[in-house]
Write a protein that binds this ligand. Sequence first.
Ligand SMILES: [Zn+2]
Length: 139
Amino acid sequence: MAGNARFSVTYKGTETFVVDLVKKVCTCSAFQLFGIPYPHALASTWASGLNHYDFVEDWYKKDAYMATYAGIIEHMPSPNKWPQTGLNPILPPPNQPKVTKKRGRPYKANPLRKTVKRNERGKRQKAKERASGSQQQQG
Ligand SMILES: [Zn+2]
């Protein structure tokens, strides 16, 4: 890379970060943390006319993926074919509580306080209406 490798990137006109494209670092630490160009690094690559794909770390590339799975992954035989070591066998933890799931929709224990208040208000209103209705009948 020739020339300018360090860039000053201003974010929202308030914060300024320094991006070094040679070392692949930024003062916000995101570049070295993720290994993928992010807004500060992208702005720097675009300003310098470089391809941002060249700044992606090698472990994200196809060659690294292919190398990871290049070896043979052996199949696992069933547990009765495993070699007997003579040591204590691995067992599930004792006294596991039995979990039973009830059918249907779960019971809603506490309705919202708003709902309770609204229901009480409705009951009072109906009582008032009943009381005023009986008064009108009398009058
Ligand atoms: Zn940054």
